[in-house]
Write a protein that binds this ligand. Structure first.
Ligand SMILES: NC(=O)c1ccc[n+]([C@@H]2O[C@H](COP(=O)([O-])OP(=O)(O)OC[C@H]3O[C@@H](n4cnc5c(N)ncnc54)[C@H](O)[C@@H]3O)[C@@H](O)[C@H]2O)c1
Length: 369
C-alpha cells in the first residue's frame, strides 16, 4: 500500500514509518519540521531515505493535495501539543488541519481506504472515579482556589466527598484544556466524516508515550524526557503538586504496533481505542525509578507548583484494544533504559526544561501555591 504519515519526522510518526517500511509499504511523510521539536527545517537523521518526504503544513490545502496524491491510507500524527496559551493554534493545526484532510478526500473523491488519527488520553480530563455515596463520577477541572490550598485530589461533584480512582475506558470524555479539546474535536471529525462518507477511520487515544527520538527540545511535557534530561545535566527532576499523581506510560514500539494493527484490522473501523501501558505509577515514584535506572543519586524536588489545567490522575483501560489482539509488550524498565541510552548518545542533549519552565511560568501555565 501507499501510505501517508503526517508528522512522520516526529517521535511516534517515525517509529510507525519504520514499521510500515519493514512490512513492505511505500511511505510518504508530510511534515513541516517545526521547532522546538526540530531544529527548523532540518530532517532528523533517523528519517529513512526509503520514505518520500513532502515538506508542508497540515493547515495548507496545497500541502495536503500534494501529499495525498495516489495514497491508500493515512496516519495523521502532525499536531500542535503541550500547555502553552496560544489557544487558537491548537485548533488551527489539530482540528482545522483534520477537517481539511477529510474535505480534500471527499471533494476529490480520493480512494483513501483508511485514516488513523492520533488522539490522546488528555481527552478524558480527570477521567473516571467512584464516589462511595454517589457512584461513578467524571469530576470537572479542579478549581484554582483548591489547588492554591494544596488540596490536590478532585472531589465528588455531587457531595464534595473523597473519590476513588477507576481506570478510564473509552466511553466518556471530559476534555479540560486547549490540547485535549482540539484532540477531541479531531476525533469527532474523523469518526463522523468517516462514517458519513464511508472512509474507514479510527482514533487512538495514547497515554504518555516514551522512547527514543522523543525530542528533548520540546520540554513542555513528557515525564521521561524531562526527568532524564534533568538528571543527565545533574539537576533534580521537578514534580508538580505532591508528586502523587497517577499516570500510565507506554513504549513507542507498542504504540507503533497498535497503529499498524488498527490500520489493517477492519474490526477497528469507526472506533476509538485507548493505547496505554496497563500499569499505574505515581509521578514521584517514576522520577525515582528513572534516577535508579540511570544510576544517579538525585532525589526529585517537590516545590509545590502546579500546572494549571492539568489532570490529577489518569490511567487508561486498554481492554478494548487487547480484544483485537494487541498488548503492551515492552517492559517498563526497558522502555526507560532505551530512552536514556538514546539521549546519552545525542550530541545536543541538555536540560531544555529550564527554558520551557520559564516560558510556562511567564504564561501562567506553571503556578506557585
Ligand atoms: N507523545 C505522546 O506522549 C502523545 C500522547 C498522546 C497523543 N499524542 C499524539 O501523537 C501524535 C504524535 O506525537 P509525537 O509525540 O510523535 O509528536 P512530535 O512532536 O514528536 O511529532 C509531531 C510531528 O508533527 C510535525 N508537525 C507539527 N505541526 C505540523 C504542521 N502544522 N504541519 C505538518 N507537520 C507538523 C512536527 O514537525 C513533528 O515532526 C500527535 O498527534 C500527538 O497529539 C502523543
Amino acid at each position: 500500500m501507499k501510505i501517508l504519515v503526517t508528522g512522520g519526522a516526529g517521535f511516534i510518526g517515525s517509529h510507525t514509518v519504520d514499521l510500515l517500511l519493514q512490512q513492505g509499504h511505500h511511505v510518504r511523510i508530510l511534515d513541516t519540521l517545526t521547532p522546538p521539536v526540530h531544529i527548523a527545517g532540518q530532517v532528523p537523521d533517523y528519517v529513512p531515505r526509503d520514505a518520500e518526504f513532502v515538506l508542508g503544513d497540515v493547515r495548507e490545502r496545497a500541502a495536503w493535495e500534494r501529499a495525498l496524491d495516489g495514497v491508500d491510507a493515512v496516519f495523521h500524527f502532525a499536531a500542535y501539543q503541550d500547555y502553552l496559551t496560544d489557544f487558537s493554534k491548537f485548533f488551527h493545526v489539530n482540528t482545522v488541519g483534520t477537517a481539511l484532510l477529510y474535505e480534500i478526500v471527499v471533494e476529490k473523491k480520493l480512494p483513501v481506504q483508511k485514516i488513523v488519527v492520533a488522539s490522546s488520553q488528555a481527552t478524558y480530563g480527570e477521567g473516571k472515579y467512584e464516589c462511595p455515596m454517589d457512584g461513578v463520577q467524571y469530576p470537572p477541572l479542579r478549581p484554582v482556589e483548591q489547588l492554591n490550598r494544596r488540596e490536590w485530589e478532585p472531589r465528588c461533584p455531587v457531595c464534595g466527598g473523597a473519590l476513588n480512582l477507576l481506570i478510564t475506558d473509552e466511553t466518556r470524555v471530559n476534555p479540560h484544556n486547549q490540547y485535549a479539546m482540539s484532540k477531541y474535536t479531531q476525533e469527532m471529525l474523523a469518526l463522523n466524516f468517516g462514517r458519513r462518507y464511508n472512509i474507514p477511520s479510527v482514533a487512538l487515544r495514547y497515554s504518555i508515550v516514551q522512547g527514543p527520538r522523543q525530542s528533548f527540545r520540546n520540554a513542555y511535557s513528557g515525564a521521561l524526557r524531562i526527568f532524564a534530561t534533568r538528571l543527565l545535566s545533574g539537576h533534580a527532576p521537578i514534580c508538580y503538586e505532591d508528586g502523587q499523581q497517577l499516570r500510565d506510560f507506554v513504549s513507542v514500539h507498542d504504540v507503533a504496533r497498535a497503529n499498524v494493527l488498527v490500520m489493517q484490522d477492519p474490526r477497528a473501523d469507526y472506533q476509538v481505542f485507548n493505547v496505554g501501558g496497563g500499569r499505574a505509577i505515581s509521578v514521584v515514584e517514576f522520577a525515582r525509578l528513572v534516577a535508579r535506572r540511570m544510576d544517579v543519586n538525585i532525589a526529585p524536588e517537590l516545590p509545590g507548583q502546579f500546572r494549571f489545567g492539568d489532570t490529577r490522575h489518569i490511567v487508561s483501560d486498554v481492554a478494548k484494544l487487547r480484544a483485537l489482539g494487541w498488548a503492551p509488550r515492552v517492559a517498563f524498565d526497558e522502555s526507560i533504559d532505551e530512552y536514556v541510552a538514546w539521549a546519552r548518545s545525542q550530541p545536543d542533549v541538555r536540560d531544555y526544561y529550564v527554558d520551557a519552565e520559564r516560558e510556562m511560568k511567564a504564561k501562567g501555565t506553571i503556578r506557585e501555591t
